[in-house]
Design a protein around this ligand. Structure first.
Ligand code: KG4
Ligand code: ZN
Length: 355
């Protein structure tokens, strides 16, 4: 959470919250009623980054600036509300690309000021931890949450709203970043996750013997950069892309098997070590079909509850931001007028181990 102070807005401020998400390359706006009912939820992906093979921060910030006012107007129209009906504005203030965050935070502060309603800064990772609550309700807690995206691979014990213990993180690349880099190596474009997920279904997961990073070692941290290097070495004898479709499918399947086995193994270890009975997923990589299937089987086998948001709520979205904002407002939190953007997770106020 951002630094907050109790203010006399009471729970009424949580009634109709405008959520704003601009931490990376998706511009998203939501209107959430009573922390439950999504009156509107729009996500504008920025396709222009495909041209560059990855997210270009300056272009992302500029696109947010263009898109935000239009999206807010469209969301209000969809919700059949006027701006004056809103009771608060919630905005992602950390972590992410600083230029993109600044656009969202500045917009949210100005908009809230103009409306005379409170603004509350939300931690994007906290949003992913609770996105599932929009579809399944909060809890049951304690839960182990895996947030797995292009920027993050975090395992967190969630004991309740605002009560977290960090269990593990990646020491280098995030899982989604590994997907994106391997797709690039194979000449498949950006982002890599969805296309590799699709191709993996056509390949042989045993074709290449790739490492399961850190799975045999104790602990709950991850490392994916070695896996990417192993893929690079595996395709090196075949020259440059384009590669034969069979090879691409086999690499995709072998790579995905290694990632999924590692993620599943660590999730199960975290459930065992913490005694939690619920596993929660969040982040773009949790759209992965094999990851979902394998976790469904593993959780069913041990009687654990699995909570996986639908794909729109797995990826970066403003609904989860509005939700965490509404919960924060309901307990009396609101951000100061000097709310600012914070790029790093370590400096974002969550209990993340440093260094
Ligand atoms: O959460 P997200 O939308 O944005 C952030 O990175 O914060 O996640 C995007 C990431 C990208 O790295 C993308 O390649 C990956 O999620 N991704 C997937 C799948 N869909 C998206 N990775 C594996 N399988 C998928 N089906
Ligand atoms: Zn995210």
């Amino acid at each position: 959470m951002s630094e907050t102070t109790a203010v006399p807005f009471g729970t009424d401020a949580a009634r109709l919250v405008l959520g704003i998400e601009t931490s990376c390359d998706d511009t998203s706006v939501a209107v959430l009623e009573d922390a439950r009912r999504l009156r509107a939820h729009l996500i504008a992906g920025q396709d222009l980054h495909r041209l560059y093979g990855g997210v270009v921060p300056e272009l992302a910030a500029r696109a947010h600036l263009e898109l935000l006012p239009r999206l807010v107007a469209a969301a209000l129209a969809e919700a059949k509300l006027a701006a004056g009906d809103l009771t608060a504005v919630a905005v992602t203030r950390a972590p992410g690309l600083v230029g993109s965050l600044v656009v969202g935070v500045a917009f949210a502060k100005a908009y809230a000021l103009a409306l005379g309603v409170p603004v509350v800064g939300v931690n994007h990772i906290e949003g992913h931890l609770h996105a599932t609550a929009l579809e399944h309700g909060a809890g049951p807690w304690p839960a182990v949450a895996l947030v797995v995206s292009g920027g993050h691979t975090e395992l967190v014990l969630v004991r309740g709203f605002g009560d977290y213990r960090w269990l593990g993180s990646t020491r280098d690349d995030a899982a989604g970043e590994a997907y994106d880099k391997v797709a690039k190596l194979l000449g498949l474009g950006f982002p890599g996750g969805p296309v590799l997920d699709r191709l993996a279904a056509e390949g042989d997961p045993a074709a290449f013997d790739l490492p399961r990073p850190m799975l045999l070692r104790p602990g709950l941290d991850f490392s994916f950069s070695g896996l990417k290097t192993a893929v690079a070495l595996a395709v090196a004898p075949h020259g440059e892309p384009p590669y034969p479709p069979r090879l691409v499918a086999d690499v995709a399947a072998s790579f995905q098997a290694a990632v999924v086995e590692t993620l599943v193994g660590k999730c199960l270890r975290a459930l065992t070590e913490t005694g939690a009975g619920t596993l929660v997923l969040g982040g773009g990589v949790s759209c992965n079909r094999e990851l979902r299937q394998r976790l469904e089987q593993a959780c069913a086998a041990r009687g654990a509850v699995l909570r996986v948001p639908s794909p729109r709520l797995c990826a970066d979205n403003a609904a989860m931001v509005a939700l965490v904002g509404a919960w924060s407002l309901a307990r009396g939190d609101v951000s100061d007028p000097d709310l600012d953007a914070v790029a790093s997770l370590e400096a974002s106020g969550l209990p993340v181990p440093r260094g």
